[in-house]
Design a binder for this molecule. Structure first.
Ligand code: MN
Length: 737
């Protein structure tokens, strides 16, 4: 029979700790009772099960619960952690847990069970589990806390796992998925502990070496910090700062390793940020005051000062960081990092997002500031697995920048973000119709990386829509997602509007005027009455090309007792007026849909602005107008071109004949027509022909706005992107103006 005394002792230690932070909300008896109840239950349920170490299974959930305590969890979370493997590994059902411990505990256990169902065999599975994990997190962060504590205990006992490759796989997964999640949530102590365990397994030699060096340095770090503490204390008191605490922390072993590797250092002695001093004060004002005192006495290193109070890290971390030279100058030549923060910020820097929880009655906690968790949920819910991995890597773990709206609101973006990312971060509409971006008042290319502190203004043009090209440079998952969504959009209102446009042209051509508000001309068709919904549906069908407008016209004319006109009069089909302004003084150039944009002229058009122009923005934001067939344009990035025209010429149009060869598939026509409509391209004619088996040739005659340079190329790109391998071939037969 196994001796449970050691485990029992640990459980009582847990109870003691919980009372220390929860005692003022919940009676000691209740805490003790609830924890012991879960313990007894789990112990019973796991009876006869053993860990690889040979210990009874219950050491694991209790060990995990012990790690969890740093986050000051509520009672249901503690109970769920103790019970977390019961449903998975024993006969006990979720229903039983619910009856015994209540809804909340059962809910948390169910969350844990969901996560544990996912076994990791390869990249793809990991992604799936990662996704579930994040979704679970968005639902309740407490499940994530338990999962991380669970993982930490498993990592600490991983050495008992008999298979080496399995150990490494688990360590890698922890390093790549769990530790970054802990980091993202600001759970630094958990993150460091997880990384250290991984490091031990994955780089055993390096780990031992650094550990040994640190042990040797320990004494000197200790005496240095004691002396430093005294020196700083005197300086602060002299500077009029009262009521503060000073402590120091040593950089985590894995961070040391990473930095040494990055910098190519041989010894940890080369690191001057091996440890940092923390000054903890009562409020924000005192933080800045203390900083002033420190900077007044010692020399700060330029570029090392960081104000995370004014601009907190994305996970909410706040503090002032500065690095000074000359602390204990007879003792140590290297600069020292000093962090200044309030008690509240210190709590946050230890347990991150867990500090954002507040206790409800009866010892239950709720999060009250988890807006960003919702963002994560949005991301996870809308993305495919493949995309998800990329977006997590990009959004959650990469360095961030802060940029500003013209009103001064700060927007937090991953490094490398472009004006398009910024626009989507603010509002989908803004992204969907972005035409121009200005940074500090100057035009800025849409694909150019934004810098920290940029003030960005977005100018929209309702006629501009997302381009598949954008996918090649946007950095945020949100932008990528929204662009894709736009490109794939199946919009019945768009179809209806398009149907209306088409039918109006046919009606005008037949001399019947245009549709009225009630669509009354569609009311009686084929001898029956259509409801308003049915009339709208007819327009939708015309708009998505499932109903031929010609056939509809025949029915309308029949109902109106009119004759079908024998020839189509092309002049009546569009009402384009080709008014070209010849007077150069009055020429107003519209660039990207906006007036009064300063521009230069390319030498090709120095003498006289030609009528077919396009604007190019260089990396400095300078706009040059070119004629569209200018040689220079052959070598420029096409994404940096903006449509431009002389006011009055925007109604000019050209006709393009394009063929697409498709693998036969129902709905292609409708999807193409949606794309055409969203790009404001009119369809003059469509014909479809069955080629060889399973292949269909679609021929389009399109009416395209003349000023929109490269629109044909963009259209083809977009169709290629949309249909992928289903599109076998595309061909531009001719373009006529
Ligand atoms: Mn477990």
């Amino acid at each position: 029979m196994y001796d449970y005394t050691k485990i029992d002792k640990k459980v009582f230690l847990i109870i003691k700790k919980v009372i220390s932070y929860l005692g003022k909300y919940v009676s000691e008896e209740t805490i003790k009772e609830e924890i012991l109840k879960a313990y007894a239950y789990a112990k019973q349920a796991h009876e006869g099960q053993f860990r690889h170490s040979g210990d009874p299974y219950i050491v694991h959930p209790i060990g995990a619960t012990f790690h969890l305590l740093s986050l000051k969890p509520d009672i249901p979370t503690i109970q769920a952690c103790i019970l977390h493997d019961v449903i998975e590994d024993t006969d006990v059902s979720l229903e039983t847990i619910k009856n015994e411990f209540g809804e909340e505990v059962a809910f948390l256990c169910a969350g844990m069970e969901k996560l544990s169902k996912v076994r990791y065999h390869g990249e793809e599975r990991e992604v799936g589990s990662l996704r579930k994990m994040f979704v679970a997190m968005a639902q309740d962060l407490r499940v994530v806390f338990i999962k991380l504590a669970d993982r930490l205990h498993n990592m600490q006992t991983l050495r008992y796992h008999p298979k080496r490759d399995k150990r490494e796989k688990i360590a890698l997964e922890t390093l790549n998925i769990y530790a970054p999640i802990a980091d993202r949530l600001g759970l630094y102590s958990l993150k460091n502990a997880l990384e250290e365990e991984c490091f031990k397994i994955l780089e055993a030699e390096a780990y031992k070496k650094i550990k040994k060096e640190m042990a040797e340095l320990n004494e000197s770090i200790d005496s240095f910090s004691k002396n430093a503490e005294k020196e700083i204390k005197d300086v602060l008191i002299d500077g009029g700062i009262k009521n503060f605490e000073i402590d120091y922390r040593v950089k985590s072993i894995y961070s040391i390793y990473k930095k040494m590797k990055r910098k190519g250092y041989e010894s940890i002695k080369s690191l001057y940020d091996l440890f940092g001093i923390r000054i903890i004060v009562k409020d924000v004002t005192t933080c800045y005051k203390a900083l002033g005192v420190i900077h007044n006495y010692w020399t700060p290193l330029p570029n090392r000062f960081k104000d995370y109070i004014a601009l907190p890290k994305p996970n909410g971390y706040k503090s002032l960081h500065t690095t000074i030279i000359g602390l204990l100058k007879n003792y140590r030549k290297q600069p020292t990092e000093i962090q200044i923060k309030t008690y509240e910020m210190k709590e946050y820097s230890d347990i991150g997002v867990a500090a954002h929880f507040e206790y409800k009655e009866r010892g239950s906690k709720v999060a009250h500031d988890i807006g960003w968790v919702k963002d994560l949920k949005d991301i996870t819910e809308s993305l495919e697995n493949q995309d998800f991995m990329t977006s997590i890597k990009i959004d959650v773990f990469k360095d961030r920048i802060f940029v500003f709206t013209p009103k001064g609101d700060s927007i937090n973006l991953p490094q490398g973000s472009t004006p398009v990312d910024y626009a989507y971060a603010i509002h989908t509409e803004l992204g969907d119709h972005i035409s121009l971006a200005k940074v500090s008042g100057k035009v800025y290319p849409l694909d150019k990386e934004l810098r920290n502190g940029d003030i960005i203004e977005i100018i929209i043009d309702k006629n501009r829509n997302p381009s598949p090209f954008w996918l090649s440079f946007v950095k945020t998952a949100k932008a990528r997602d929204k662009i894709k969504a736009y490109l794939r959009k199946d919009n019945k209102y768009q179809n209806r509007d398009r149907g209306k446009e088409i039918v109006n042209k046919y009606l005008q051509n037949a001399g019947l005027g245009i549709l009225d508000k009630d669509l009354s001309i569609l009311k009686i068709l084929d001898g029956r009455e259509n409801s308003v919904d049915e009339r709208n549906f007819i327009l939708e069908q015309v708009g998505n090309f499932s109903l031929s407008p010609g056939a509809l016209m025949r029915r309308i004319l029949k109902a109106q007792n009119k004759k079908i006109p024998s020839t189509r009069n092309k002049e009546n089909f569009g009402t384009k007026e080709n008014q070209i302004k010849s007077s150069e003084e009055n020429q107003e150039i519209i660039i990207g849909g906006e007036k009064n944009i300063p521009y230069k002229l390319c030498y090709c058009c120095r003498r006289k602005i030609p009528s077919k122009i396009v604007a190019h923005i260089n990396s400095k934001g300078i706009i040059t107008l070119h004629k569209r067939d200018c040689k220079i344009l052959e070598n420029v990035n096409k994404e940096r071109l903006l449509p431009a025209y002389i006011k009055g010429e925007e109604t000019n149009s050209i006709t393009a004949h394009i063929n697409f060869l498709f693998q036969n598939k129902i709905g292609v026509l409708k999807e193409i027509s949606d794309i055409l409509y969203s790009m404001h391209i009119n369809v003059e004619q469509i014909s479809s022909k069955k080629e060889a088996e399973e292949k269909t040739l679609l021929s389009f005659i399109l009416e395209i706005p003349d000023y929109d340079y490269l629109i044909v190329e963009r259209l083809i790109e977009r169709i290629k992107f949309h249909f992928g391998e289903m599109l076998l071939d595309s061909q531009v037969l001719k373009i006529e103006s």
